[in-house]
Design a protein around this ligand. Sequence first.
Ligand code: FNR
Length: 184
Amino acid sequence: MTKTIGILVGSLRKDSYNKIVAKQFAELLPEGFEAKFIKIDDLPFYNEDLEVEGQIPEAWTRLREDIKGVDGLYFVTPEYNRSIPAALKNALDVGSRPMGSSVWGGKPGLVVTVSPGGPGGFGANHILRQSLVFLDVPTLQQPEAYIGGIMNLVDNDGHLADGTVKFFKTITDQYIEFFNKLTK
Ligand code: FNR
């Protein structure tokens, strides 16, 4: 049966480098796997007061169902002020509640951070991993994916350099091995 990898992108902007990287990772998935991009840009901020029948925002319910329906998770995100963008953190929070009903647990994860800066979103990468530990999302440890200097890796048509795609393929191969080990 085909396995589905849910892809969450931390950047909401149209011409996002992270979106380019996420699409490339989606294309590299091998036979037997498919990608599903998870919509996070319309989620109202998490507020426990809304967790009552009739008041739960439709977008929260959609996100929770989307995550329940996927087998693995890719997080592809920029770093905002040495942390993760609020939109991505909000998605994590929405999916984690109500208490005892988190939809994240046990799904093998991949963390990729993308930045024009040299450190490649190192801070965001590890802050995201901190939440994923608590949410019981096991993440691939190696190779780590800090994609720095991204503007030099993408041409004017939005294509990634061959060496970069090759690196993404290595990450993908390791992730699939990790996924298969955890889900067999
Ligand atoms: C940034 N950026 C940024 N970059 C980085 O490497 N470390 C950081 O802490 C920050 N902080 C930060 C805060 C905010 C509010 C914004 C909008 C941007 C720059 C960021 O990496 C750059 O805009 C990327 O291009 C964003 O990714 P997308 O949108 O191209 O996918």
